[in-house]
Design a protein around this ligand. Structure first.
Ligand code: ZN
Ligand code: ZN
Ligand code: ZN
Ligand code: ZN
Ligand code: ZN
Length: 399
């Protein structure tokens, strides 16, 4: 019985091993089939240029599959690109090179050759700022270059492009006649130059002759010891001032007039009238040859005959806008008088009022051209004057 059992066991074991072998074989078969069915086929992208072929390197293109596999194509090198004969001046020989890679391709030592140079011809004209070049050639191919140095600029005269002013630099420039290059330089700023005094706000102010900036001021003190009678100044008295400042009152009386002949022939250089003065009498400052500067106040209404006759140092006079009356010869023979300012209250320009003011250049009239033209003018009011211009508020009139 036991033997029978063992025999049965052996039989079953054998069957089991056979079954197992068949199963393994089938598995291998299935896997092999799957491998055949799903095997990877490379899928390459576009050919990509890695580099062009040149005379020193092959050209290369590559393409790749996603799995990393690469394929490569190579292209043959290109031939060298031969230059013309190049002349080496220092070594006096000729060579040809590849214009692409620079390799020497051919050489000619020029032994037993004597150059037969042509005349020089211009290759590049020199300019004001760059060199030019002349060349000569030999039939062997040699080229000889000669550098022509740059020309100098040929500038015209310096011209002022911006006037300098007090405290402000100007500029001047000049232009090259050949290349139009412009060269500029600065002109040093001007310094203020103190001009003659004017009266501003009751003080003597000294403006710059250029920019009119007031550079300093001085208090004005009335002159003492003038001859004064009632409301009228009648003479210099014992006053030693050379610039006379008329006081506004005397003995508690307001001074309103400069009397006839009061300062005639006196050596005085300046006169300041206070605002109380309304009248200047005949010949009051006649022949004051040194008189250069007058302030007539802001209330003056009349100036008498020959009041400033022959005041030949006077160069400018500002008549206040309140002035109505000028008289015959009031400013005649003021031979250096260049500038007159006059208001539009004036009623007429009487006989010889500005005659023989031979330097007269500018009359500044505080009215229109029409008002000036309609202003009554006696004969010879401006006899023997210079070629002045009348500046009106709406334009100019030339004498
Ligand atoms: Zn692949
Ligand atoms: Zn090359
Ligand atoms: Zn030669
Ligand atoms: Zn130039
Ligand atoms: Zn100035």
């Amino acid at each position: 019985m036991k033997k029978k059992l063992i025999a049965m066991n052996k039989k079953m074991k054998k069957k089991y091993i056979i079954g197992l072998s068949i199963g393994a074989g089938a598995l291998v078969l299935i896997i092999a089939t799957l491998l055949i069915v799903f095997r990877h086929v490379h899928t390459f992208g576009e050919w990509e240029k890695i580099r062009d072929a040149s005379c020193t390197q092959q050209g290369v293109e590559r393409r790749f599959c996603d799995c990393g596999e690469m394929q490569e194509k190579k292209y043959d090198k290109l031939p060298h690109v031969e230059s013309d004969w190049i002349y080496d001046k220092e070594k006096d020989n000729l060579k040809k090179i590849c214009t692409s890679c620079g390799k020497n391709l051919q050489f000619n030592s020029l032994e037993n050759h004597t150059h037969n140079w042509s005349d020089y011809v211009t290759k590049t004209e020199p300019t004001c700022t760059s060199e030019g070049m002349d060349i000569r050639t030999c039939n062997c191919g040699a080229i000889d270059e000669k550098i022509i140095s740059a020309k100098d600029h040929s500038f015209d005269e310096w011209k002022i492009t911006l006037e300098s002013k007090c405290g402000v630099e100007g500029t001047e420039s000049r232009t090259c006649l050949i290349c139009n290059e412009i060269e500029s330089k600065s002109i040093s700023a001007l310094s203020h130059i103190e001009g003659a005094w004017v009266v501003i706000d009751g003080k003597k102010a000294y403006p710059c002759v250029y920019c009119k900036t007031v550079l300093r001021t001085e208090e004005i003190d009335a002159s003492e010891y003038l001859d004064i009678s009632n409301d009228t100044v009648i003479g210099l008295g014992s006053c030693e001032d050379i610039e006379i400042v008329i006081p506004s009152n005397f003995n508690n009386q307001s001074i309103t007039k400069i009397g006839e002949n009061s300062f005639e022939y006196q050596v005085i250089t300046g006169v300041i009238l206070t605002n109380s003065i309304t009248e200047i009498g005949n010949s009051a400052f006649s022949k004051c040859l040194e008189l250069t500067n007058i302030h007539l106040g802001n209330n003056l209404t009349s100036i008498g005959q020959k009041a400033f006759y022959n005041c030949k140092s006077l160069t400018s006079i500002t008549l206040p806008d309140t002035l109505k009356t000028l008289s015959d010869y009031s400013f005649a023979y003021c031979t250096n008088l260049e500038y007159i300012k006059i208001g539009n209250e004036i009623t007429k320009l009487p006989m010889y009022v500005f005659s023989d003011c031979t330097s007269l250049k500018e009359i500044h009239f505080n009215g229109t051209k029409e008002q000036w033209n309609n202003l009554e003018k006696d004969n010879d009011w401006d006899k023997n004057t210079g070629d002045y211009i009348v500046y009106c508020i709406d334009g100019e009139i030339i004498k």
